[in-house]
Design a protein. Sequence first.
Lengths: 50, 131
Amino acid sequence: MALFALFVSTAFAALMRDTPGDQVRFGARLFAAFMAAGIVLGWILYPFPL
Amino acid sequence: MRATTADRAATAPNTYLICVAAWLVPGAGHLWLGRKQKGLTFLVTLTAMFVFGIWIEGRLFPFQFSEPLVALSAFADIGLGLPYFLAKAMSAGAGRVVAITYEYGNAFIIVAGLLNMLVVFDAFDVAQGRK
């Protein structure tokens, strides 16, 4: 999940921002959001059986 | 002197040729248009995603229209262009359904293809002078 989030946030940052500084900031925020969403959704889905 | 957006649009050899290059090789459209940093980022990131997906036993789906979801996955896979055809030629991407990483591999391959489609649209916008 972390590797997937890293790849996707890198690609999106390069797509949506033009300067390297903006890309790094946007990419870092996106990566953090992906990780946080993954962990939160994991906990929410924890009680449900497969 | 740095070229303006209008200059770049005017001197772009052929917008559609750039889009075809961008589809075939991830990032090639941006490299062609002089956006080296973005082009290299797309080339490395999307190719790595695709290779990693194949490595963890993801599948390159066939165009099987009797199974709409399989056909849609195939459409997404082919979005990566040349790496897709190279992998097919090398008989890679057969996928192993019982592998624990199978679905993760599919996600990497499919998303790499879809992201490359977005990159092609971005290259088109740049070539048209909109960005």
